[in-house]
Write a protein that binds this ligand. Structure first.
Ligand code: FE2
Length: 443
């Protein structure tokens, strides 16, 4: 396929402009094509079929050339206090979760607030370049100095004009198992961390894990906060803390405000038990976040062959009407040596691991890195309807499935109606013996 001219924002102000920005001839994730999006004062003012806004110009105009405009990518599960620390003080040799936790324990005393801020800001730059404009990050509250909390609270303010950073108080070493952890978690919440985290499968016993879930949900209910727990990140089919999380979410009236992250034990559970569990999660209004890049590399490490994939039962949870997001979890840290803030790479892996290859299933994988995590985070004004924040991404793809297939270039990233990042169109130019002329293509 011959390349089309690049969709370049025209920055020349128009004297007759009625809008701050107009994107013309866009495809939308819901399947509509040939749509124009008009922006005024940082909000979407109109979405109309191409031509209906013909007389109304924008101070800046973008010709989308029929390509996909999506709301920004959202990561429902990340660890920004650890990101970009790969190799400090050494690399994870076994690649297991437990060596990662041990390695993080070695690194923690060496951390400085300045270094965490520097690495987090660098990651946020990567994120913006990839159209990832909202991240829920866990922050370890196990260190009584709370320097990671202070660092990420500072970063949250610094990036606010261009990225929504939501923080989860995460007791990495167990809120009951680690001395003083409950106190430091509450101090982190007092400082302004807005979500309550937990790690029940890392507490000393199943009973203490269940008790930690109860305590943490009650703290969240008392403070009016959301809950997001690392829950059952294990191959043990008897790890059933998600059941307890659903129970307390329902008991405390936290419907729509509780997320279970990982839930990898569900991969290994008995099918009969799961047939009871999934409706229980749905009844309680609890959402789920799978982390396919991490789950596929960390789970199943005690298996010989066949090796379990270890990702939770994504299509089955979705079929029950449960919100399921795909998270990145880690980028270049004690647990994962790769990653680039590319949520299309995350969706691509999730699609493969979950074998979600049908058309509707592939579109659901795109939703799992956009609209669904936006609901989990409770983002205000997210979407492409009039009144929403004018935050969106122009992708070098015609629809969500093609975006995942190509891990499409983010031609333009828009925040509050302003283009804040651009990437050149990806093309390859061939010069083949026996062929008359050089050929360019991008698909
Ligand atoms: Fe995590």
């Amino acid at each position: 396929m011959k390349t089309k001219p690049r969709a370049t924002p025209r920055a020349t102000p128009r004297a007759d402009a009625q809008f701050d920005l107009v994107v013309r001839n866009a495809a939308l994730p819901d399947g509509r094509v040939g749509m124009d999006i008009a922006v005024r004062a940082g909000r979407i003012a109109a979405v109309a079929a191409h031509g209906e806004l013909a007389g109304a110009g924008g101070a800046v105009e973008i010709d989308a050339q029929g390509q996909l405009v999506s709301p920004p990518f959202v990561d429902a599960h990340f660890h920004m206090d650890a990101t970009l620390s790969y190799g400090l003080p050494r690399v994870n040799q076994s690649g297991t979760l437990l060596e990662g936790i041990a390695l993080w324990g070695e690194l923690k005393p060496l951390l400085t607030e300045e270094a965490i801020v520097e690495r987090a800001l660098a990651y946020c730059d990567w994120a913006v370049g990839k159209g990832l404009l909202a991240i829920r990050s866990h922050v370890d509250v196990g260190d009584p100095r709370l320097i990671a909390v202070d660092a990420l609270l500072h970063v949250r303010e610094r990036v606010k004009p261009y990225l929504d950073l939501q923080l989860v108080a995460f007791p990495q070493d167990g809120v009951l198992r680690a001395p003083g952890a409950l106190d430091t978690l509450q101090r982190a919440l007092d400082k302004g961390v807005e979500v309550v985290g937990g790690i029940p499968h890392f507490e000393r016993t199943m009973a203490e894990g269940a008790e930690s879930v109860r305590i943490l949900c009650e703290i969240a209910a008392a403070r009016g906060l959301r809950v997001d727990m690392h829950c059952d990140e294990t191959d043990d089919p008897m790890s059933r803390h998600i059941e307890t999380l659903a129970l307390h979410a329902q008991r405390l009236g936290l419907r729509g405000r509780v997320n279970g992250s990982h839930l990898t034990s569900m991969h290994s559970m008995d099918n009969y038990y799961v047939s009871k569990l999934i409706p229980l999660i749905a009844e309680a209004g609890v959402s789920a976040t799978a982390n396919p890049l991490i789950n596929i590399t960390i789970q199943g490490r005690h298996d010989t062959y066949p090796k379990r994939r270890g990702m939770t039962r994504v299509p089955e949870l979705m079929a029950a009407g449960i919100d399921v997001a795909f998270g990145h979890d880690c980028v270049m840290d004690p647990w994962y040596s790769l990653g680039s803030a590319d949520m299309l790479e995350v969706a691509h892996m999730g699609l493969h691991v979950a074998q979600m290859t049908g058309q509707e299933a592939m579109r659901a994988c795109f939703d799992a890195v956009t609209a669904v995590p936006a609901r989990i985070l409770g983002l205000e004004g997210y979407g492409l309807t009039p009144g929403c924040h004018a935050d969106f991404v122009l992708l070098q793809a015609r629809d969500p499935i093609e975006a995942i297939r190509l891990r499409a270039a983010r031609l333009a990233v828009v925040r509050r109606g302003r283009v804040i990042a651009r990437t050149a169109e990806a093309t390859a130019t061939l010069d083949l013996p026996g062929r008359p002329a050089a050929t360019s293509f991008r698909r």
